[in-house]
Design a protein around this ligand. Structure first.
Ligand code: NDP
Length: 481
């Protein structure tokens, strides 16, 4: 079994302690390879390297940095089979979806390189004679990038890409369960000829390695995506040295299906999207609120779609849904389903692990529809982050808007209605970062994601808005009298 290394100051290295840990293939439960378990001393070296590399990298022209990212995009395309292989074997992403992610990765990197050349500062109105005051866009500095496991490749590049292109230097700490993918990502990026120390990789547990990064005085910014509770810990840790923190956190997203919606289309499209990546997405709807007059129809069409989902080994071209990424996550979703049953919900389909080989060995759970839920149930209140969809009944728009807004999260929402002004009225009332009307959530590099609503995050990701988060506006005032 291969043992991988970390990347610090342009070299592939072991940890000071020599400790390693294994990552697991979620389809078989077998070890895939071993990665270094970094300690504080390794984090220190990575942070020092990133600080040393900062002056040269931040002063490089924007066009040169953009060209580096374009080279990286070409390399990702060239090495896409290796990346797909790891998405499939380390994360359990079905191969067809993993190929889609690899293609989207190239597209996103090209977008990042292109828009970076249009980022601008601002000249301020003259208020003192013979002076010019302006805002210059500058990098924040050394950026710790801490990523989750759920869409590993896209998560890494959507944070590392804009951080580097705007002149920051980086230390990546991938989720432990996706560490080998983090190594492969860094190996490919190294080939794009980055100066030594601009990109560093440390692997190891969030509680120690992540904490060492977020408390380190040599780190200027933390870019984090993960659970809201982890985000709170990071905010506290980073406050000791007042770092900029941008974080995309949890969601429990409501989708409202009104009486006048195209119910069949809504049920089919939502069900078709819900279970992609085993529903381990922050944007997956946590709660479907369906008007009582179309409730039965919605549940029936939705469940019929779900029963047709092909659950299988992720390397099989016909598989639409693979395993969950970890046993821990699988057990968490099983707990939510069990609690929902105890609290009076109805399991329309799924609800258990497949029992026949070869799916009995991995972290598989059949796609589950939980109907007749009520707003106070645990499965409705918390983020499921797995293949179970909760369906609830509502009777008035006033009521449903209140229910949709009654959450500690506010990431995104969906509205289905054929009445355009009703769609806008409901959208206006929803306290969320994004709303999708008559469509499930779609992602393109141009669309921003996340924001500042409740415990779902701090700051934007993706799009121009997400890139700007990695920059500061330095004020300069010059006299020419
Ligand atoms: P976690 O918060 O558990 O982990 C995310 C990362 O943080 C991992 O690299 C983890 O390391 C690290 N970490 C854990 N504890 C600490 C700590 N104390 N200090 C610093 N770093 C730490 O999230 P998951 O990986 O479980 O991802 C799922 C969550 O991510 C869901 O809540 C989901 O909603 C959210 N998410 C949000 C998105 C958004 O755009 N809003 C997008 C994708 C996911 P380790 O792996 O070693 O534990």
């Amino acid at each position: 079994m291969q043992t991988y290394k970390m990347f610090i100051n342009g070299e592939w290295v072991d940890t000071e302690s020599g400790k390693t840990f294994a990552t697991i293939n979620p389809s078989t439960g077998e070890e895939l390879g071993r990665v270094p378990q970094a300690g504080i001393e390794d984090v220190d070296k990575a942070v020092n390297a990133a600080n040393q590399a900062l002056p040269e990298w931040s002063k490089m022209t924007q066009s040169d940095r953009a060209k580096t990212i374009l080279r990286f995009a070409d390399l990702v395309e060239e090495h896409s089979e290796e990346l797909v292989d790891l998405e499939v074997n380390e994360h359990g992403t079905p191969i067809m979806l993993a190929r889609g992610f690899a293609a989207a990765a190239v597209d996103q990197l090209e977008y990042i390189a292109c828009i970076s050349r249009g980022l601008m500062g601002q000249v301020l109105p003259q208020s003192i004679p013979n002076t010019i005051g302006y805002l210059q866009r500058v990098p924040i500095g050394v950026c710790a990038v801490i990523t989750p496991w759920n869409v590993p490749l896209m998560m890494m590049l959507s944070m590392i890409g804009p951080a580097l292109v705007t002149g920051n230097t980086c230390i990546l700490k991938p989720a432990s369960v996706s560490s080998i993918l983090g190594v492969k990502f860094t190996e490919i990026l190294e080939k794009a000829d980055l100066p030594r120390g601009v990109m560093n990789l440390v692997t190891g547990p969030g509680g120690s390695v992540g904490d060492a990064l977020t408390t380190h005085p040599g780190v200027d910014m933390v870019r984090f995506t993960g659970a809201s509770d982890t985000g709170k810990e990071i905010l506290m840790a980073a406050s000791q040295t007042v770092k900029k923190c941008v974080m995309e956190l949890g969601g429990n997203n409501p989708v409202i299906v009104c009486e006048d919606a195209n119910v069949e289309k809504a049920a089919k499209l939502q069900a078709g999207r819900h279970y992609g990546n085993s529903a381990q997405n922050c944007s997956t709807p946590g709660r479907y609120y369906v008007h009582e007059n179309v409730y039965d129809e919605f549940v029936e069409v939705f469940a019929n779609e779900v029963k047709g989902i092909n659950v299988g080994l992720p390397w099989d071209e016909k598989t639409a849904m693979g395993p969950m990424a970890s046993l821990q996550q699988l057990e968490k979703v099983e707990y939510y389903i069990k609690t929902a049953k105890e609290q009076g919900a109805r399991i329309v389909c799924g609800g258990s692990r497949p029992s026949t080989p070869p799916l009995d060995k991995g972290h598989f759970l059949m796609p589950t529809v939980v109907a007749d839920c009520t707003h106070d149930m645990t499965i409705v209140r918390e983020e499921i982050f797995g293949p179970a969809a909760c369906i609830l009944k509502f009777s008035s728009e006033e009521e449903v808007v209140k229910l949709a807004n009654d959450s500690e999260y506010g990431l995104c929402a969906g509205v289905w209605t054929e009445n355009g002004s009703k769609a806008m009225k409901i959208t206006d009332e929803l306290r969320v970062d994004s709303v999708f009307i008559n469509m499930p959530r779609m992602m393109t590099p141009e669309f921003p994601w996340g924001g500042n609503v409740r415990q779902s995050g701090v700051g934007k990701s993706d799009s121009v808005c997400g890139m700007e988060e990695f920059t500061d506006l330095k004020f300069i005032c010059k006299s020419y009298s």
